[in-house]
Design a protein around this ligand. Structure first.
Ligand code: FBP
Length: 554
């Protein structure tokens, strides 16, 4: 197989481990703290997770470990969207396992959770692993968005675990996938299946974080990849001086990526979904805000600029969020009827059906949106019941409505500029990049640490590496019980136990930093050009974590 020069060079990069995970495994031990509580709905969660609820936080440190050499068979699953560093989680896990006992085995579930349900595995060997060290993507074993949740699927997993003699399962996934990890851990315990489950926090969205999980892996590389592109666009805009660039960024509901990219590149406007929700901005108020920035720069002769739009913005606009919420409920409950929505052809028939099934207020909002956006709002929800915001062209919606607003202002003599807008969407471009040094090190550590947690007999835990805003020399390792991060949320119209999403906090330092500068950045041309991720060179260029992490932890 032909490989690029960088891929070849990255094969021999040695990821850094926290000091607690280095050296002799016989001297690495886990200590347990006090019992924990879930972040909300304690009573309900205690009942639902009767065997795993309330487990203590675990800390990895030095001490005698007589079980270090235990022979184990583990299965690893990549779940959900790609995030840079997934292969390194597998590498860390594999190296830990083989360091413990050469005869231990790691089975990779093919195509994500489905591979575990069907018992479809690839055994990971030295040569297979070496082809994927420090590379992006999830192509080593593949990923998927299937859930392990239905009783029949849980039973199938039990049969697979018994058949292959699996002692533990590592789920590498985001909030929904790790919710599944907690469900599986509970199911194993309740049914006396001698297999444990440990999760690793993955998602470019950055919304799986809390006191113990400082960041999800992939966020660092993805945000840096988009920032490179945004910086390049800013420079192009300032060179040509003729276009407004509207850039939608991935991140699902959370605006962490957009905020991070805003801080890294200083565009004219960085919209944050969570602010829109908190301040209950209507769609018209948002459009007014954007159009004002365009008009103010036009007064100074600058008919160009850069605006960042989080992909989840649409859900946070109160009137559109209410519409999406009711649409999701109505569509979730409407699979079989003879008049089912999905059987209707044509937008008019669909709107006609919705007029009978939605509130009048929601119908009015729906009708006020351009037809392309209406169609996109009807697209299938994902397997976890989330609307697929990456498929909704919010950046084009904003452009269209700003155009209308500027036309009105021009007719009233309030605006005399020229408005030529281009739209971009950066998402998939960043999910499979070569992991930055930060993600390469962080992921390898998460995987190695997952092995240590198994070795200590823990189940229902997420692997946790802390102090990540500092050099790896200062990183620490441990485990956090998944039930501790859970609450009940409405999914498919029913309450469901899930890991609580971490959205952008308006009193958090990263957002405050944006607020401090945004009036100046709106009018000035203050663009920064971060350039491409660097893998070799001085630490201040290659090993810096995100601004979000530095601001949150410093
Ligand atoms: P995860 O939550 O599974 O990590 O996925 C993140 C993400 O990249 C979101 O930012 C985006 O909205 C979604 O996946 C896109 O999903 P898909 O890959 O199915 O198109």
């Amino acid at each position: 197989m032909a490989i690029s020069a960088l891929q070849k060079a990255r094969y021999s990069y040695t990821p850094k481990l926290p000091p607690a995970l280095r050296g002799d495994l016989n001297q690495i031990t886990v200590t347990l703290g006090a019992a924990t509580q879930s972040v909300a709905n304690q009573k309900e969660l205690k009942e639902l997770f009767a065997n795993t609820y309330g487990a203590p936080v675990a800390t990895v440190g030095s001490g005698k470990n007589p079980d270090a050499g235990k022979k184990l068979t583990l299965a690893v699953v990549l779940s959900g969207g790609q995030a840079p560093g997934g292969h390194n989680v597998i590498a860390g896990l594999y190296d830990g396992l083989k360091k413990g006992n050469k005869a231990s085995k790691l089975l990779g579930a093919k195509g994500g959770p489905k591979g575990l349900i069907d018992g479809s595995f690839t055994e990971i060997t030295d040569s297979f692993m070496d082809e994927y060290r420090n590379t992006g993507g999830f192509d080593m074993i593949g990923s998927g968005r299937d859930k392990i949740e239905k009783p029949e699927d849980l039973e199938k997993v039990v049969a697979v675990v018994k058949k292959h003699g699996i002692d533990g399962v590592v789920i590498i996934g985001g909030d929904d996938s790790n919710t599944n990890a907690a469900v599986l851990a509970e199911y194993f315990k309740a049914n006396k299946v001698p297999a444990n489950v440990v999760g690793c926090p993955k998602t470019i969205d950055g919304d799986l974080k809390n006191e113990h999980i400082e960041t999800s892996f992939g966020f660092d590389t993805a945000a840096k990849t988009y920032s490179e592109l945004i910086g390049n666009i800013g420079r192009d805009a300032n060179s040509a001086k003729k276009y407004w660039h509207f850039i939608k960024l991935m991140g699902r509901s959370a605006s962490h990526i957009t905020l991070e990219c805003g801080l890294q590149t200083q565009p004219n406007l960085t919209l944050i979904g969570e602010e829109v929700a908190a301040k209950k901005f209507t769609l018209d108020q948002i459009i007014e805000q954007v159009a004002s920035v365009v008009a103010k720069r036009a007064e100074k002769g600058m008919n160009f600029g850069v605006i960042l739009v989080p992909e989840g913005l649409i859900e946070f606009i109160p009137e559109v969020g209410a519409l999406i919420g009711q649409l999701s409920d109505v569509l979730a409950h409407d699979h079989d009827g003879p008049q089912a929505f999905e059987k209707l052809t044509g937008l008019d028939a669909q709107i006609g059906w919705l007029e009978k099934n939605l509130t009048a207020a929601n119908v009015a909002v729906l009708k006020s949106l351009p037809t392309d956006i209406q169609r996109q709002l009807f697209l299938d929800r994902d397997s976890h019941g989330n609307v697929q915001v990456s498929l909704i062209e919010t950046e084009k919606l904003v452009i269209e409505l700003v155009k209308r607003k500027l036309k009105t202002w021009a007719a009233e003599g309030k605006y005399k500029g020229k408005f030529a807008a281009l739209s971009h969407f950066f998402g998939y471009e960043g999910r499979c990049a070569f992991p930055s040094n930060f993600d390469a090190d962080y992921c390898y550590s998460l995987g190695f640490n997952a092995f240590v947690l198994f070795n200590a007999g823990l189940t229902g835990y997420l692997s946790s590496i802390k102090n990540t805003h500092k050099a790896a020399e200062k990183w620490t390792a441990g485990g956090v019980p998944i039930t501790m991060m859970m609450n009940l949320e409405q999914r498919h119209g029913k309450p469901k136990p899930v890991i609580k999403k971490a959205l952008v906090e308006l009193d958090g330092r990263p957002f405050k930093e944006l607020v401090k500068h945004r009036d100046a950045w709106a009018i000035e041309t203050a663009y920064l050009f971060p350039g491409a991720i660097q893998y070799y060179g001085p630490a201040e260029v290659c090993d810096q974590p995100t601004k979000t992490l530095l601001l949150e932890k410093s």
